[in-house]
Design a protein around this ligand. Structure first.
Ligand SMILES: [Zn+2]
Ligand SMILES: [Zn+2]
Length: 99
């Protein structure tokens, strides 16, 4: 079967209105899918620009220490003390992986 050459429309990622290029996603989200395995993943660098929310994806609490909300900061320190991780970016990757 040959795929019909129709306009494939917009990127399927929520909140993205770019034109789709591959697999119904724009090039940005498509490359993200390959990089992280999740097209909705927001890179940590982009997240750092957002200063009024905790860095943990999906957490809308106000940040306190190290741009994490008190709850996530304590959670981070808990894992750090246990030796599970060293940096906040490692913690964020772990959090993203859990979803
Ligand atoms: Zn997109
Ligand atoms: Zn948080």
């Amino acid at each position: 079967m040959v795929r019909p050459r129709t306009n494939i429309g917009k990127c399927i990622v929520n909140g993205c209105d770019k034109d789709a290029e591959k697999e119904m996603m724009c090039s940005k989200h498509y490359s993200r899918k390959w990089k992280y395995g999740n097209e909705n993943f927001i890179s940590i660098n982009e997240r750092y620009k957002d200063t009024d929310k905790c860095l943990v994806i999906g957490c809308n609490n106000k940040p306190d220490a190290q741009k994490l909300c008190p709850k996530h900061y304590h959670n981070f320190m808990y894992h750090k003390r246990k030796g599970n991780l060293e940096t906040i970016s490692e913690y964020l990757k772990k959090k993203t992986g859990d979803n």
